[in-house]
Design a protein around this ligand. Structure first.
Ligand code: ZN
Length: 88
């Protein structure tokens, strides 16, 4: 009977640990989602900026050095206003 009790106790402890991990996971997900939302608002400003450049005919031109931004970079970061050398 002692062995069974021990086994039950172990299972209970394991479940407790899993519960704590799950809570940590959800906390992490919350901060991840928060970070994502903050990034989204930054991204939106960049996209609006990119649309303005599109209107002005300067889209795809680095705002820092005036060099054309390579299409590869624009396909990954369409809102990017600078070339790979000048940052993002
Ligand atoms: Zn540049």
């Amino acid at each position: 009977m002692t062995i069974t009790d021990e086994a039950l106790k172990t299972v209970e402890l394991d479940q407790g640990a899993v519960g704590r991990l799950s809570r940590m996971d959800s906390l992490q997900n919350q901060s991840l989602a928060k970070g994502l939302r903050e990034r989204e608002s930054v991204g939106l400003a960049l996209i609006q900026e990119a649309l303005r450049r599109l209107d002005a005919g300067t889209y795809g031109i680095c705002t820092e050095c005036g060099d054309p931004i390579v299409a590869e970079r624009l396909s990954v970061f369409p809102e990017s206003g600078t070339c790979a050398h000048c940052g993002h």
